[in-house]
Structures are given as C-alpha cells and as structure tokens.
Write a protein that binds this ligand. Structure first.
Ligand code: AMP
Ligand code: ZN
Ligand code: FE
Ligand code: FE
Length: 296
C-alpha cells in the first residue's frame, strides 16, 4: 500500500513514534537530528508534531529519505473546548494551505505573547530581555520553554521547573494565555488539510462525555499511548476507541532532551496503529474521489 506522502507501508512488525518536537517549536534538536535519532532507535516512521507549525517537515522529510524512514506531517494545536484547553494532534496534514495560514497567525500571536510575558517578568523584577528569548527560539514557534531557557541562562531561575513554578506555569504571575483555535474550527481545518484530528494525551482531560462530544465535531482518534498515561487510562481509552470507532495513536512527546523515561520510541507504538490511520485516510480519499457513492 502506498500513502499520499509517498512512503510504502508494510505489515511487518515494527515501531513508530507519532508525537515529537524539534527546534521548529520548543524541542532541543533540529528536525534532521530528530530523524537521525529515530533511525538510531530503529523506528520505521515518526510524526513530527511541533506546536503550531509545519515548518520542520521539509527538513525532516529530506533527512528521512536518506535514513529510509517515513515522516508524517503533523502539528500540535492548543484548542479551546468548553472553556478549557485541550491539545489536538493534526496528523497526515499534506494539503495544508488553509492550515498553514492559520498556523502562521498563531505563531505571530506567540511572538506578541512572548513580549507580554517578558513585560510581566520585568515588572516582577526579572530583567530578562526579549532578544534573549528570541535567540532561544531561533526560527521556531516561540513558547514558554524558550522563556524558561533564557531565564536559566540569565541566572533568574534555578532550573526549568523553578521557572515554571515561580513565574511561567499556568496561573503563575508571568503566565499569559495563548491564542487558541476553537476545537471545532481546528478539526475542520485538519480535515481540509487532508489529515486526522487526534486528541493528544487525553488521560486527565478526556472524559468519556467530552470525547463523545468531540466525536460529534469530527474527532478521528485519540492518543492512547503517551508517557503521562496510567494503566487505568490505557484501559479506559482502549474501550473508548472501540466504542466510538476511533483510530488510536501514540507517541513519546519527546522534546529532544534526555528526559529519563520520556525518550524517543519509549512508548513502543506498534506500526499497526499507523496502518489503521492510513486505512482511514485511504477510505476518505476514496469518498472524496467518488462523492456520489452511497455513504457507509
Ligand atoms: P506554550 O506552548 O508556550 O504554552 O508552552 C507549553 C510547553 O511548555 C509544554 O509543551 C511543555 O513543554 C512546557 N511546560 C508547560 N508547563 C510546564 C511546567 N509546569 N513545567 C515544565 N514545562 C512546562
Ligand atoms: Zn512542547
Ligand atoms: Fe501537549
Ligand atoms: Fe507535545
């Protein structure tokens, strides 16, 4: 079977990792270095899912061609649903013009947010400069981890955790809300881009009732395998996947650092999960090609 991304899939066993970050957002390694790590870990496919951006995908795909692995185009979106935030993984987004335009706006908003975070820190007596944060982010989508790194470099926080606990964490004095898409709009954009909308790490935020209402909005799947999930989460999500006919997904959410147990490939996500995603995409494509055919 051949996927629109050009890569052949196979029924042979193997592992994939469908949630990872690079320097295109707040990861530590370049997209090419993430792919190299995936090759070294023996993975057959990865999804690069940087926050609010697809900018790392071309570099990752070039590296993947050389390494003989497949890269799925992805992004992680923070969306609002019922007045609360949840994370949505946009996977297999290969027709992405409308999505790209929206992501560019989200990244511009992140830049404005970084300025406001720095202003708050300054008012709190931390003389951090915006330049230092921009330097940490480079070309990538700016996030709180970049602010935290700049604070560490300036000696204004002991470590990452300290920076979030005292200043940057949700509800802390230098926290500024992000611009977020509405869940329903985000799901529509992902579909327009030819992709699948997957509820990321729904362990604590994905009650059965919430998932049911997201399915009504077009949610395609849930991330069953994630380092934050307990064995109870796994069992519950497994049941929900079957009940709502969702596709499962899974990944490490690796940010390129030696994060103890949270490292690349740590979730041992079976290729079969990716094959189910491919099958759903093939089915969708067939419906698009034959819009008058009766719907199943
Ligand atoms: P942002 O997208 O700018 O809101 O930043 C979100 C990222 O910050 C997450 O993906 C985590 O990597 C990191 N993060 C959020 N909260 C914390 C925390 N309390 N401690 C450490 N890292 C955090
Ligand atoms: Zn992140
Ligand atoms: Fe997330
Ligand atoms: Fe993530």
């Amino acid at each position: 079977m051949t996927h629109p991304s050009g890569a052949a899939t196979s029924a042979a066993p193997g592992f994939v990792d469908l949630h990872m970050h690079s320097t295109a957002s707040d990861g530590a390694l370049s997209p090419a270095a993430v792919v190299e790590a995936a090759r070294a870990a023996g993975l057959r496919a990865i999804a690069l899912t940087d926050h609010d951006t697809l900018e790392g995908i071309p570099e990752a795909r070039r590296a993947a061609d050389a390494a003989g692995i497949r890269v799925i185009a992805g992004a992680e979106l923070s969306v609002m649903f019922d007045g609360r935030e949840l994370h949505l993984l946009a996977l297999h987004v290969d027709r992405s013009a409308a999505l790209e335009a929206e992501l560019a706006e989200l990244r511009a908003a992140r830049r404005g947010r970084a300025e406001r975070i720095v202003a708050r820190l300054n008012a709190l007596g931390v003389p951090l400069r915006l330049d230092a944060v921009l330097a940490e982010a480079g070309e990538g989508a700016i996030g709180r981890p970049h602010v935290a790194r700049a604070m560490l470099a300036g000696g204004w926080a002991r470590d990452f955790r300290d920076a979030f606990d005292r200043y940057l964490g949700n509800g802390r004095p230098a926290h500024v809300e992000k611009r977020r898409l509405d869940a329903s709009d985000a799901i529509d954009l992902v579909h327009e881009a030819g992709g699948l909308a997957i509820f990321a790490h729904p362990g604590t935020t994905g009650s059965r009732e919430r998932i049911e209402r997201l399915v009504a909005l077009g949610l395609d799947g849930v991330e069953v395998l994630h380092p934050s999930h307990t064995s109870e989460d796994l069992a519950r999500l497994d049941t929900l996947v079957r009940h709502f006919h969702l596709v499962p997904s899974g990944g490490s959410d690796w940010h390129g650092t030696p994060d103890g147990p949270r490292t690349i490939g740590c979730m041992h996500v079976p290729s079969a999960m990716l094959e189910r995603q491919d099958a759903l995409l093939v089915e969708r494509e067939a419906r698009r090609a034959a819009p008058t055919a009766p719907r199943g």
